[in-house]
Design a protein around this ligand. Structure first.
Ligand code: A3P
Length: 344
């Protein structure tokens, strides 16, 4: 009798357990199918795997990693785990200049944002490689998932005559970022870079003036000087893009307060404010802000040796002459942009 009762109980228990397993199974299936309903809108390519219920055995993770770049965001990691295939896109934002303004710093800082993917090196499409087609340009972009913005920087775009029209042809809503810096220090920085490659270059003071005589006319045909006439190049861009599509970043503030400039950049690009003060520290040895952690680096990361070079001594009279020379052009640039950069 005792055995018969416990047998019945046992059978009842088995039935109960089976039913509860079945209910749990149905419930889980329902959750999974609801998740998978949300996925198609994320797809730009087909999902390359079996139905979600079989993830544990047949998921194929599509690698986003190229070279030493990593994608650490949990959101995109999850996307990858769902098998979403990243695709290369033409950039929707460009850092167009200016040379020696701090363009590399800006790119390195913004690319730690998980929604941003950047072409590693300068592609020079709109100046030197335009004949190679948009397909070629796209092949130089990093693979991205839906929601990630592609950005490229080539500082010579700012001064390339054909670039504004060409960029407009690619996409008239391209967002344009310009890092500007005091044209006098920018010229010295430009000269310092050139001299590092050509050691027998004449002193800066000689190259600045026509005839090489201190006090004579400033030589506006000399690249490092000419490039500082920002208003001239900007007027070309404004023929093709409204001012609202350009963001001017202060090269000086990018050094003294990178987080403030990055806040502006993220707002302009329509990104969540992810890059903040927490990402930066001032490296007293280098004399520049560095990143606590950046894409592809798990350790603190400063820009390389070619960024933040020591400048040669420049005669104060020459310095003052250049300040006076640039003042009216700077004023014009301030009027065009509506920003006083405080250079003169
Ligand atoms: P210098 O090397 O003359 O100091 P670009 O990347 O456009 O070529 O600009 C180089 C300049 O970026 C450097 O010029 C430096 O002043 C500036 N810069 C801005 N932020 C920097 C940073 N965090 N680390 C190094 N250089 C930085």
């Amino acid at each position: 009798m005792e055995f018969a009762v416990s047998k019945k109980t046992l059978i009842a228990l088995i039935i109960l357990v089976t039913i509860s397993f079945y209910i749990t199974f149905l419930f889980n299936s329902c959750i999974v199918s609801n998740i998978s309903k949300g996925i198609p809108q994320l797809r730009r390519n087909q999902i390359v795997q079996e139905p979600l219920m079989h993830y544990s055995t047949s998921v194929r993770v599509v690698s986003l990693i190229e070279g030493n770049e990593t994608d650490i965001s949990p959101k995109y990691k999850w996307f990858r785990e769902q098998g979403l295939k990243p695709e290369r896109q033409l950039p929707s934002a460009l850092i167009i200049g200016v040379k020696k303004g701090g363009t590399r710093a800006l790119l390195e800082f913004i690319r730690i944002h998980p929604d941003v993917r950047a072409a590693g090196s300068e592609v020079h499409f709109f100046d030197k490689n335009y004949h190679k087609s948009f397909q070629w340009y796209r092949s130089h972009m990093p693979p991205t998932l839906e929601g990630q913005l592609t950005i490229e920087k080539t500082p010579s775009y700012f001064i390339t005559k054909e670039a504004p029209r060409r960029v407009q042809m690619m996409n008239p809503s391209t967002k344009l970022l310009v890092v500007v810096r005091d044209p006098v220090t920018r010229a010295i920085s430009d000269y310092t870079q050139a001299k590092s490659k050509k050691l027998d270059m004449k002193p800066f003071e000689e190259l600045v003036f026509v005839n090489g005589t201190v006090g004579s006319i400033v030589d506006t045909s000399w690249g490092p000087i000419k490039l500082g006439l920002y208003y001239k190049y900007l007027s070309r861009w404004l023929k093709f893009f409204p001012l609202s599509q350009l963001l001017f970043i202060s090269g000086e503030r990018l050094i003294t307060d990178p987080a403030v400039e990055l806040k502006r950049v993220q707002d302009f690009l329509g990104l969540k404010r992810v890059v903040t003060e927490r990402h930066f520290y001032f490296n007293t040895t280098k004399g520049f802000p560095c990143l606590f952690k950046s894409e592809g680096h798990s350790a603190p990361h400063c820009l390389g040796k070619t960024k933040g070079r020591n400048h040669p001594y420049v005669n104060p009279t020459v310095w003052q002459r250049l300040r006076d020379f640039y003042r009216p052009f700077n004023m014009r640039f301030y009027q065009m942009t509506g920003i006083n950069f405080g250079w003169a």
